[in-house]
Design a protein around this ligand. Structure first.
Ligand SMILES: [Fe+2]
Length: 194
């Protein structure tokens, strides 16, 4: 069955299954697991007073790391394997633009902040510094200009900071189930056109 024609409840079930089953995997050289990182990012967003959509974006920003879990019609497998591009492709059928744009641009937001904020780089984790080099390093002036045209720029940058902050070993957060119900209501509201 084509994943694009799945019912919302099936999409929720798929996301739940992935996050609960694979959350204990390590988060790319960081001292936290994938689910700890996702939960901490969402928790920081929530405490900052963000809307449910932005909290969900913070929770799901790295979902593209689980590309093997999704059907090919989501991903055009073989075209690229960048996790932010894959993540947006997975989510764009189901979630509002503020979720998809954050997911799509969270890597470039790091490159952007490195270019425009002198102190930002020194706050990055070691793993994040390493991946920065692979991701193209700080943006050029032209890239900064183009990036600032995105109408979701502020949201993208805010969530990038939640992402950077969500890497503290042992920090307590609400459980995944709590945020999964938020994922469900954001999806359902968007599908209803609310
Ligand atoms: Fe992340």
């Amino acid at each position: 069955m084509s994943t694009q024609t799945q019912e919302p409840t099936q999409v929720i079930a798929l996301l739940k299954d992935i996050l609960l089953r694979r959350g204990n995997e390590s988060y790319l050289g960081e001292a936290v697991t994938m689910s700890e990182h996702m939960l901490q990012s969402a928790w920081i967003a929530e405490r900052a007073g963000e809307s449910p959509s932005v909290i969900v974006a913070a929770l799901l920003h790295d979902v593209g790391h689980y590309t093997s879990e999704f059907d090919e019609d989501y991903l055009d497998i073989g075209v690229d394997n960048l996790h932010e591009v894959a993540g947006e492709k997975i989510l764009k059928f189901w979630f509002p633009p503020e979720v998809c744009e954050v997911v799509r641009w969270h890597v470039d937001a790091k490159r952007y902040l490195c270019a425009v904020e002198p102190d930002y780089f020194s706050g990055l984790s070691e793993a994040s510094v390493q991946s920065l080099a692979l991701q193209g390093g700080p943006m050029s002036k032209e890239e900064v200009k183009a990036f600032e045209q995105n109408p979701w720029l502020d949201t993208i940058v805010r969530v990038r900071r939640y992402d950077d902050g969500g890497k503290v070993p042992g920090r307590r957060t609400p459980e995944m189930k709590y945020y999964l119900s938020m994922v469900e209501s954001v999806l359902e509201q968007y599908q209803r056109g609310a």
